[in-house]
Ligand binder design. Sequence first.
Ligand SMILES: [Zn+2]
Ligand SMILES: [Zn+2]
Ligand SMILES: [Zn+2]
Ligand SMILES: [Zn+2]
Length: 802
Amino acid sequence: MDLPVDEWKSYILQKWSLLPKSIQVTISTAKTLNDLFLHSSLLLQPEDEMFLKRLSGGYLVGKDPDASLFYREKGNKKFQEKDYMGATVLYSKGVSHSGPNSTDISLCYANRSAALFHLGQYETCLKDIVRAQTHGYPERLQPKLLLRKAECLVTLGRPQEASQTISDLESNFAAKPTLSASQFQILQRTLCRVKVKVQEKENLPEVFPEALTKTFEGADLREENEQIPSASSSVSLHIDPVKGRYLVATKDILPGELLVKEDAFVSVLNPGEMPLRRHGLESKWDIQVTNGDLHCHRCLRRTLAPVPCDGCSYAKYCSQECMQQAWDRYHGVECSLGALLLTLGVFCHVALRSALLARFEDVGKVIKKLCGEMSNQGISLPESKDPAQILKYDLRGEGGKKDKAVETPIPGCDINGKYERNYNAVFHLLPHTENHSPEHKFLCALSVSALCRQLEAAGLQAFTTDLKPTKLKAAETPVLCAELNVWGVAMLRHMLQLQCNAQAITTIQHTGSKENLITDTQQVRLATALFPVVSLLNHSCSPNTSVSFIGTIATIRASQLIRRGQEIFHCYGPHESRMGVAERRQKLRSQYFFDCDCPPCERERQRPSAGPGREAFRCHRCRALLQGDDVLSCGGPACTESVSRDLLVSRLQDLQRQVGAAQKRLRNGRLELAIQLLLGCQSDAESFLSADHSVVGEIEDTLAQAYAALGDWEKSATHLQESLRVVEVHHGPSSVEMGHELFKLAQIFFNGCAIPEALNTIQKAEKVLLVHYGPWNDEIQELQKMKSCLLDLLPIPGGPQE
Ligand SMILES: [Zn+2]
Ligand SMILES: [Zn+2]
Ligand SMILES: [Zn+2]
Ligand SMILES: [Zn+2]
């Protein structure tokens, strides 16, 4: 998804392998990104562009009235089955495929408003009713829509507006009796019902629904840093030849303190699996729901009722405002390139969008800077292996002075030493040019050149609108115009930077079926973004901070006490609780090009295999833990048992398959059978796995879900407590994983009306989650609701007994 699609990747690799050795050498040894880009883009032939064009032709990104009808009909089917959520999403797909001001789009909006009404989303329903009307909803169907509007207004406690709508409706009838007698009767009856409700409500004081949108005010930095905007004054920026740039605590920091709150410089929603259109066999339009259907493509907020771009079917937004902003800032250029960008991958898309956003800063300055830095070969030189050299290169370019200790500002900082959260900062993130393989650099360079050619061919003066106009015809000038070339080099730099600097924006997805009353959570990747300040943090496999996201805003909180002078760390992915030291170090080396020497890595390297660990097997005779490599032997006193690892591993795989089968039964509502299977798994696991094995935890967790679905809260709680114990061993008592598990336990106690246990667990869950997410987290809000509900149930101590 980040890189181009496989077909293009293998096409380019093939092309690379057929290049004469001398050209391969020229490209491999190019001294600057400028040279790399120029040499590569000269090799992009018209037939390559044709191939790419054919590939992108497989993505449906335009509007298609047939698709609109198809999705509306599918939506109607779901609506009849009372699957209102499913219907809403399908109507949204229908909306995306209809042109503005068409009957198609108005029908889709109107149908979606009906589904939203059933989902209790009255405010959003009203918005869709207005949208249906502005896009030309047919006159003859108006009464139905107005009636729905009146019902929404009544439910929302807005009787005056409801009355107004009803009188509109009545005068509408009087003027044009377009309904059949029976329809008219139904309508009359409904009208009476609504009128009664309006009268009831009128007697009550008018209440306005609480603002649903969460404000973010509660999560402000206590004191903003003068040197680094978006960071707290509890940290400061440092640089050294080995570590590069990094942040250090300027005072003791308590767990939960907000250290960075930063809006992404650029972010691109990951479209999810967008299947290429297949010819023949299957239906042309897929009804699969992806993140792209449920989140705003600009602000990333979850939305049930998106509005589409007028020009394409893939960009969708939470509101008209987001749509307009996206259009003005980047989508105006990107809109016609949708299929190409899907083919070239998210990194290429982020690279283009970064360059487009740079236009809004002082373009002349940026261009001059780019040209200057490229011609003096300062910035784009491949980094030397010697870290001191890296520093020298990166410190060059800007000539300002701050004080004697730091002769030149830290890269990305202005002449006053202030780190700017702008294009300058983004540009200075390291591309690690010399670490990438020549094939990879060639792939990136050709992908960017193909994108530049498209921009040019489309006659888009994407980057040059504010400068002197340069309109070139692609056919006449195979060489890109000079400015587009500069931006091409910049985009190539971004593409290479992203491998080490891209930050995944994640969201917690709640997965819980109707019969499954406790919600399970799963972290999913929503977008790829660049955060200049977050990028300043170095990696540790056991970080002292925790990152979370609201929309495009990243927040970093201390997850433990950080002493003054200690470095602030962030985990790039390989966390010590998720993988072993060898796997972690291999990952960090291949993706981030460094050898991790964080404390857990050092510790584990000095004492390799210091025991069987938590994922250990145990002896079936005496239950002691087994130790060893290929053949494991029992560590118990007076036991001589030994087993081959292969045997145990295949037994484990077998067990995991059975657990999977039980989970499937659970999802299908076959609870008794699921429990029976799981109990079998449980005793099997006991016979050969350590009590702390993660599979043991998984079995317990699934049993807890199954019993909860049966309404047996007591048993459910017992099993979840076992799962909790395993999670604690693996992730620690104050880990975010522990927070999610405690949240589930709180739900179980709450549903089982075990008031003291519930209150106790809520308190624990809140404490853990607050450190990682701050007060605006959904789960914390939910916990608070549960708490106030339980406190109402508690008898007042010393009060009168009834
Ligand atoms: Zn939005
Ligand atoms: Zn568009
Ligand atoms: Zn490490
Ligand atoms: Zn034994």
